[in-house]
Design a protein around this ligand. Structure first.
Ligand SMILES: [Zn+2]
Ligand SMILES: [Zn+2]
Length: 118
């Protein structure tokens, strides 16, 4: 069940984990991974870049795992809701989408439980 709720890791967190490499190198690695369909970028409520692993059906240059991202306003975690089927979005003629980014904000299961107890 956890696989459907993997959280994204923020860029500052990645930076602190990989303190041996500089920001520019990290940024290059992240964009290369993103291009190869290994990870995808999500912005959290503060506009900080977060990175999450893609599901297996992404390939180079094409992300096929568009899914809803849930920003928890309490713990600030960004969740990938991979299991949610997004409705087909038909753009007007002439618009060529490269990516769809869908966000929801609110309380994650962990935080909503706490909110009930209070
Ligand atoms: Zn939360
Ligand atoms: Zn995601």
């Amino acid at each position: 069940m956890m696989s459907s709720r993997n959280t994204a890791t923020s860029q500052p967190d990645l930076e602190s984990v990989m303190n041996d490499i500089d920001r520019v190198t990290l940024y290059r690695i992240l964009s290369a991974f993103e291009e190869k369909g290994i990870i995808h970028k999500v912005f959290d409520l503060n506009g900080t870049a977060n990175y999450a692993l893609c599901t297996s059906n992404c390939d180079e240059g094409h992300h096929h795992d568009e899914h809803l991202h849930f920003n928890c306003t309490q713990c600030k975690n960004v969740y990938c809701l991979n299991d949610l089927q997004l409705p087909a979005i038909n753009l007007p003629v002439g618009f060529v989408p490269q990516a769809f980014t869908l966000y929801a904000t609110g309380l994650c299961p962990k935080c909503s439980k706490k909110a009930v107890k209070q």
